[in-house]
Write a protein that binds this ligand. Structure first.
Ligand code: NAD
Length: 241
């Protein structure tokens, strides 16, 4: 059993590292993923940054370079087409800190865990588009102080735009989770919120996620196959051709 596209108006899409895996950006917890090489507590917490800022800067400088060399894949393109053509409400919430959704053309997008291509000044609070390394402590373009940090939500920090996300979940008719292991909260709990308020909940993932049983429906496979098929189901066959 699945959803009936004719009854859907408001959609929330949640994406995770799996949607960018086929673009060559390493996932989080899969075998060979990023966190096998670095312990979370060594690079992705405010305490780690206070203790060894050089290590944390080097880690994020490398990842910033990697994502700039990567390209969006058919799953990102398909969601961008959904964004361009869907007449109802659409909110694409990504846990990803890469910019592949927006490079594919998606606009109705929330980066709940921050962005690699943004630097946040701890002195003046300004955020600046940033493509270069931070390890040499460049000055903030707004205030001149050497107080920039990656604009990434670290473990123990509060994700961005949570109120907007909650409102979208309450109104959703369809909630789709793509390429996320369901291990990081609050995103891992969005399926329960959406379902509680009446949405059909659908998971698209390579393997069942930790919260797989919470979904009405799970489709297993690669994001580059599953996401274009899903978008065709909503918009019709011809839209992605
Ligand atoms: P995760 O690594 O925990 O889970 C990835 C999921 O994607 C797994 O369930 C895996 O089975 C699935 N997957 C792998 N390849 C796939 C494919 N080709 N098609 C479909 N599914 C595939 O990642 P997560 O759940 O997003 O973890 C959350 C954290 O990871 C976030 O905080 C995020 O910032 C961080 N992260 C982001 C990036 C990025 O920006 N691209 C990369 C790595 C980690």
């Amino acid at each position: 059993m699945s959803f009936n596209p004719d009854t859907i108006r408001n959609i929330v899409v949640l994406t995770g590292a799996g949607i960018s895996a086929e673009s060559g950006i390493g996932t989080f917890r899969d075998k060979g993923g990023l966190w096998e090489k670095h312990r979370i507590e060594d690079v992705a917490t405010p305490e780690a940054f206070a203790k060894d800022p050089d290590l944390v800067f080097r880690f994020y400088d490398q990842r910033r370079a990697n994502i700039q060399a990567a390209q969006p894949n058919p799953a990102h393109w398909a969601l961008a087409a959904l964004d361009a053509h869907w007449p109802g409400m659409l909110t694409i919430v990504t846990q990803n800190v890469d910019d592949l959704h927006e490079r594919a053309g998606a606009r109705r997008l929330i980066h709940m865990h921050g962005e690699h291509l943004s630097a946040w000044c701890r002195a003046c609070d300004a955020r600046t588009r940033w493509h270069d390394p931070l390890a040499h402590r460049p000055p903030c373009p707004s205030c001149g102080q050497s107080a920039l940090r990656p604009d990434i939500v670290w473990f123990g920090e509060i994700p961005y735009r949570m109120d907007e996300i909650d409102l979208a979940l309450v109104d959703a008719d369809l909630f789709v989770s793509i390429g996320t292991s369901g291990a990081v909260y609050p995103a891992a709990g969005y399926v329960q919120t959406a379902r509680h308020y009446g949405a059909w909940t659908l998971e698209l993932n390579l393997e069942p996620s930790q919260g797989s049983i919470l979904f009405h429906e799970t489709r297993l496979g690669k994001a580059t196959d599953l996401v274009p098929d899903f978008v065709r189901e909503l918009l019709g066959e011809e839209v992605l051709d």
